[in-house]
Design a protein. Structure first.
Length: 91
């Protein structure tokens, strides 16, 4: 229900930290656009974790919701496990 923005420079920082995502920008975009699951962070109610099942691991995009229509990408990564937190979608 909100747009997630980032800059090319910030995406490059994410890839530097998580080099396995270097060719996965489209996967992260798809994870944000059509997630299989969305969870609210247990630490911050404005942070949402978007999950999409990859071949062997989950692709995760973490975004902070600023208001009703806008947010920004905090990080992205691949993981074997889903973090705890309130299930937002699907319910």
């Amino acid at each position: 229900g909100f747009k997630v923005r980032t800059t090319r420079a910030y995406w490059d920082k994410i890839v530097f930290k998580h080099p396995d995502l270097s060719n996965r920008l489209e996967d992260i975009q798809q994870t944000l656009a059509r997630p299989e699951m969305i969870r609210r962070s247990s630490q911050d109610a404005n942070i949402m974790l978007f999950y999409q099942q990859g071949i062997r691991r989950w692709v995760v995009a973490v975004a902070r919701r600023v208001n009703q229509t806008d947010g920004f990408l905090i990080t992205a990564y691949q993981t074997d496990t889903v973090k705890e937190g309130e299930m937002i979608w699907p319910k």
